[in-house]
Design a protein around this ligand. Structure first.
Ligand code: DGL
Length: 257
C-alpha cells in the first residue's frame, strides 16, 4: 500500500538529520529512509553536475526501496537539482528554502544575516527569494565555505566552531536575526546562542516538516501502521553508517521534546 511506504530524506551528509529528527517527532507512525551523498560532500562548492547526478542516484535508491515522498533536506541540492528529480517521480518532493521571509517579518531592527553555502547564495532560487524580501530589511549574505565541513567532522560545539562563527560575524554586532540557510548549521545553534544571546536564530527545517505533514495528509498518504524505523543509505556507506549511529541519541532527544 502506498501509504505504508517510507519517507525519503536526502542530504550531502549529516545536515539533513536535523530535518529527519523533526519529521520523526511530528510523524511517529512513519518509517524513513535517509540517504547521504557522502562521496560527493561537501556540496557547497561542488560542481552542479555532480550534485544533480548525486541527487538523481539517491532518489533512485530511495524509490527502489519504497518511498512515497522525498524531502531534499539540503538547501544547496534544492537550489541546484530538485527540479531534475521532480521530472522523474510523481510523488511529493519537498525542498528547503532559507527562511528569509519569516525572518524579515519578525526582525526588530530589520537587520538579518543569511548564512548558507556559496552555491546556495549564488543560485537563481535564492536571488528570486532575495528580490522578494530586499525592500523589507537590511539583508546581509554570509557565505560560509568550510562551515558544513566542520559540522560534518563533529566540530559544531567546540572552539573551532566558535572561532569560525566569531570570524563570520565580526563587525556585525548590530545583527538581530540570523537565518540558517544550510541544514548542517542547525547543529551550531547552541554555540551561536551562547556567543550571541541577543540574536534570533531562524531556520527553514520546521516549515518544511509542516509542509510535509500537510501534503501527506492532503494526499491521504499518512501511515497509521509504521513505527519510526530508519534505514540509512550512503554513496560512501563505510564512512557514513558509523557516523549516523552517533546521531541516534540526538534523534531520540528531538522526538521526546
Ligand atoms: N546541508 C547542505 C545544505 O543545506 C550542504 C552542506 C554541504 O554539503 O556543503 O546546504
Amino acid at each position: 500500500m502506498e501509504k505504508n511506504k517510507a519517507i525519503g530524506v536526502f542530504d550531502s551528509g549529516v545536515g539533513g538529520i536535523s530535518v529527519l529528527a523533526r519529521a520523526a517527532q511530528c510523524l511517529p507512525h512513519e518509517n524513513f529512509i535517509y540517504y547521504a551523498d557522502t562521496a560527493n560532500f561537501p556540496y557547497g562548492d561542488q560542481n552542479p553536475k555532480i550534485i544533480k547526478a548525486g541527487l538523481i542516484k539517491a532518489a533512485q535508491t530511495m524509490a527502489e526501496n519504497g518511498v512515497k515522498a522525498i524531502v531534499v533536506a539540503c538547501n544547496t541540492a534544492t537550489s541546484v537539482a530538485i527540479e531534475d528529480i521532480r521530472e522523474i517521480y510523481n510523488f511529493p518532493i519537498l525542498g528547503m528554502e532559507p527562511a528569509l521571509k519569516p525572518a524579515v517579518e519578525k526582525s526588530a531592527n530589520k537587520t538579518v544575516a543569511v548564512i548558507a553555502t556559496t552555491l546556495t547564495l549564488r543560485e537563481s532560487k535564492f536571488r528570486h527569494l532575495l528580490a522578494q524580501c530586499e525592500d523589507k530589511g537590511n539583508i546581509i549574505n554570509l557565505p560560509a565555505p568550510g562551515l558544513a565541513d566542520l559540522v560534518e567532522g563533529g566540530h559544531y560545539n567546540d572552539d573551532m566552531a566558535a572561532a569560525y562563527i566569531d570570524n563570520l560575524f565580526a563587525g556585525l554586532e548590530h545583527l538581530d536575526s540570523v537565518v540558517l540557510g544550510c541544514t548542517h548549521y542547525l547543529f551550531l545553534e547552541p554555540i551561536i546562542k551562547k556567543h550571541y544571546p541577543n540574536v534570533e536564530i531562524i531556520d527553514g527545517g520546521s516549515g518544511t516538516v509542516r509542509n510535509l505533514c500537510r501534503i501527506l495528509q492532503g494526499e491521504d498518504l499518512l501511515s497509521l501502521e509504521n513505527n519510526g524505523e530508519i534505514k540509512v543509505f550512503s554513496s560512501k556507506p563505510e564512512l557514513f553508517i558509523p557516523q549516523f549511529q552517533g546521531y541516534y541519541d540526538y534523534i531520540q532527544k528531538v522526538i521526546s521534546e
